[in-house]
Design a protein around this ligand. Structure first.
Ligand code: NAD
Ligand code: MLT
Length: 525
C-alpha cells in the first residue's frame, strides 16, 4: 500500500509511516494541482496539512485512494462531498494543536493590548516613543468567546487566570457545560455589546461571516478582536471600516479569506490590525502531536480497518465496534436481501431499532443497511458513500428507536418503499452473532441468512412443498435449510430456502411454472 504526504509533516510522523511494514511512503510537497492529479491514482492514502487543496478533480483521479488524513483540525481544504461520493474516508487530528492555538490566541490578546508589534516596528525605525503605545489591561475586562469547543474552552481557562470575566456565545453548548467552565452563556447581540475583547473559535461556517457590518455596529466601542479560527468568519472591509470609525480599537488576525494572504492586502495597511501568517498551530510540540496522531490513524485504517476521527463517516472505537459488528453484518444483509425483492427505484427507507440494540449508536448500522441496499446495483458502494448515494437519489431515510422488548431482545426492521410496493424485513441476532430473519412482510419465521437463497411465496395447500423438493432435486440443488412462514388468513405461505450453489434460470422457471407457487426470487448475499 502507498501513502503520499503532500505537505510539510513533522519528521516523527513520516518515520512512523516508514517503519510500518507493507507501507510505502512518498513525501512530495508543493506539487502543482496537475502534477498531483497525475500521480494520485497510485496511492491508497494521502496526508495533507492546509497547503494542499484537495479539490474534486484530484479526488476524481484518485482511483485507489481510501483515506485522506489532515494533520490538524480544519478540513476546509478538502472537498468532503467529492470524497464522500467516491467512498474515501477523510479524517483529521483534532486534539494535537488545540493548546498551541489557544496559547497563540492569548499571545495575540496580550500583544494587541500592549501594542507590542507596533512598538517593535517603531524601535526598528529608530524611534523611541513610549507615549504612542499606551496599552490596556486584561484584568477585570470582559472577554467574549464565540465558539466554546476544544480551543474556546482552553482559552476560557487561560483567560480566567488573568481574572477576565468570560461571556460566551455558542448555541450548541449546554448551560451545564458553561457552568462547569465558569462562563456565562449569552446571545450574540449581548456578547457584542458587552465584550472589551472578543475571540472567535468556531469552524469556518461554510464561508458565511459571523462578524459583518451589522455586528460591528452592535459592538462596545473600543473592543479588541482576535481571530485564530477561520478568515471567512470576519468581513474584512467591515472590520477596516469599524477600526476607522473607532468602534474597534484593535484586531489580531492569524487566518484569512484567502491564504497565503495577498501581501498588498489592505489589512496590512491598518496600524491597529496585527497579523500573523496562520501560526496558530505552529509549534514543534503541536506539529509532532498532529503528525503522530494522523499517521497512527492512517495505518490503523489502511491495515486494520479501524476508523478514528473521521469527519465524513461515523467513527467507531474498538469497543463499540465489537458490540455493533453483528448488527453491521445483519444490517447489510437485510438491505441486500430486501433490495432483491423490490422492484423499481426505492423512494423511502424506514429503519426501526427495537429492544437492546436501541441503546447503542446505530448510525453505522443504518449506513450498513443503505450499503446493502445498493450493493448489487452500484459498483464501489461503501460505508462512506452509501448515505451520499441515498441523498443524491432522493431516497428518504427515516430511523426510529424503541427500547421495548417483544419476542426478541433486539430487532432491526427495514421497510422499503419503491414505485409500487412496500416490503418489510425484520432481523435479529441469535447466539453469538447469527443473523436471522424473524419476519418478512406479514410472515413470522426464523430464517437463516445464507449466501444463496430462494424466496418463494405459495398457496398454503398440501403438495406444494413436495413438488418444490422434486424440482430442486431434479436440478441438482441441495437444500441446506428450509424456513416457512404461514399466514392462515389468506392461506398463503412464504418459504426462505438456503441452497448451496445459486439456482439456474431453468430451476427458477420450473418453480414459477409449478401450480400454487405465486412468486419466486433468487437472493444472493
Ligand atoms: P470545535 O469543533 O471543538 O469547536 C467549535 C465550537 O464552535 C463548538 O463548540 C460549536 O458548538 C461552536 N459553533 C459552531 N457554530 C457556531 C456558531 N454559528 N456560533 C457560535 N458557535 C458555534 O473546534 P476547535 O477545535 O475548537 O477549533 C476551532 C477553530 O479553530 C476551527 O475553525 C479550526 O479550524 C481553527 N483552528 C485554527 C488553527 C490555526 O492555526 N489558527 C489551529 C487549530 C484550529
Ligand atoms: C487547523 O485547522 O488545524 C489549523 O488551521 C492549523 C493548520 O493549519 O494545521
Amino acid at each position: 500500500m502507498k501513502v503520499l504526504v503532500s505537505d510539510n509533516l513533522s519528521a516523527t510522523g513520516v518515520e512512523i509511516l516508514k517503519k510500518e511494514s507493507g507501507l510505502e511512503v512518498d513525501v512530495k510537497t508543493g506539487l502543482p494541482k496537475d502534477e498531483l492529479i497525475k500521480i494520485i491514482p497510485a496511492y491508497d492514502g494521502l496526508i495533507v496539512r492546509s497547503a494542499t487543496k484537495v479539490v474534486a478533480e484530484i479526488i476524481e483521479a484518485a482511483d485507489n485512494l481510501k483515506v485522506i488524513g489532515r494533520a490538524g483540525i480544519g478540513v476546509d481544504n478538502i472537498d468532503l462531498d467529492a470524497a464522500g461520493k467516491k467512498g474515501i474516508i477523510v479524517m483529521n487530528a483534532p486534539e494535537g494543536n488545540i493548546i498551541t492555538t489557544a496559547e497563540h490566541t492569548m499571545a495575540l490578546l496580550l500583544a494587541m493590548s500592549r501594542n507590542i508589534p507596533q512598538a517593535r516596528s517603531s524601535l526598528k525605525n529608530k524611534k523611541w516613543a513610549p507615549k504612542e503605545f499606551m496599552g490596556v489591561e486584561l484584568y477585570e475586562k470582559t472577554l467574549g468567546i464565540i465558539g466554546l469547543g476544544r480551543i474556546g474552552s482552553i482559552v476560557s481557562e487561560r483567560a480566567r487566570a488573568f481574572q477576565m470575566k468570560i461571556i460566551v456565545y455558542d448555541p450548541y453548548i449546554s448551560q451545564e457545560r458553561a457552568e462547569k467552565l465558569g462562563v456565562e452563556l449569552v446571545e450574540l447581540k449581548d456578547l457584542l455589546g458587552r465584550s472589551d475583547f472578543l475571540t472567535l473559535h468556531t469552524p469556518g461556517l461554510a464561508g458565511k461571516p459571523l462578524l459583518g457590518k451589522k455586528e460591528f455596529e452592535q459592538m462596545k466601542p473600543g473592543i479588541r478582536i482576535v481571530n485564530c479560527a477561520r478568515g471567512s468568519l470576519i468581513d474584512d472591509a467591515a472590520l477596516i471600516e469599524a477600526v476607522e470609525s473607532k468602534i474597534v480599537a484593535g484586531a489580531s488576525l492569524d487566518v484569512y479569506h484567502k491564504e497565503p494572504l495577498d501581501l498588498d492586502s489592505p489589512l496590512l495597511q491598518v496600524e491597529e490590525i496585527i497579523c500573523t501568517p496562520h501560526l496558530g498551530a505552529s509549534t514543534g510540540e503541536a506539529q509532532e502531536k498532529v503528525a503522530t496522531a494522523i499517521c497512527d490513524q492512517i495505518i490503523d485504517y489502511l491495515k486494520h480497518g479501524n476508523v478514528r476521527n473521521a469527519v465524513n463517516v461515523p467513527s467507531i472505537d474498538a469497543e463499540t465496534l465489537a458490540k455493533i459488528k453483528p448488527y453491521l453484518v445483519l444490517g447489510e444483509d437485510l438491505g441486500n436481501f430486501i433490495s432483491q425483492l423490490t422492484d423499481g427505484p426505492v423512494t423511502r427507507v424506514e429503519i426501526q431499532y427495537n429492544g437492546e440494540v436501541s441503546n447503542i449508536n446505530v448510525e453505522p448500522v443504518t449506513i450498513a443497511i443503505l450499503k446493502g441496499l445498493f450493493n448489487r446495483s452500484l459498483e464501489g458502494i461503501n460505508m462512506v458513500n452509501a448515505p451520499f448515494v441515498a441523498k443524491e437519489r432522493g431516497i428518504e431515510v427515516q430511523e426510529s428507536k424503541s427500547n421495548e422488548v417483544h419476542e426478541y431482545t433486539s430487532t432491526v426492521q427495514v421497510s422499503v418503499t419503491s414505485k409500487n410496493i412496500s416490503r418489510q424485513v425484520t432481523g435479529s441476532i441469535f447466539g453469538k452473532g447469527d443473523s436471522r430473519i424473524v419476519q418478512f412482510d406479514d410472515y413470522h419465521m426464523e430464517a437463516v441468512l445464507s449466501k444463496n437463497m430462494i424466496v418463494l411465496q405459495n398457496m398454503d395447500v398440501p403438495g406444494v412443498i413436495g413438488n418444490l423438493g422434486n424440482i430442486l432435486g431434479k436440478n441438482n440443488l441441495n437444500i441446506a435449510g428450509f424456513h416457512l412462514g404461514r399466514q392462515a388468513k389468506e392461506s398463503k405461505a412464504i418459504a426462505i430456502i438456503n441452497i448451496d450453489p445459486p439456482p439456474t434460470n431453468e430451476t427458477l422457471r420450473d418453480l414459477r411454472d409449478t401450480s400454487n407457487i405465486l412468486s419466486v426470487h433468487s437472493v444472493t448475499l
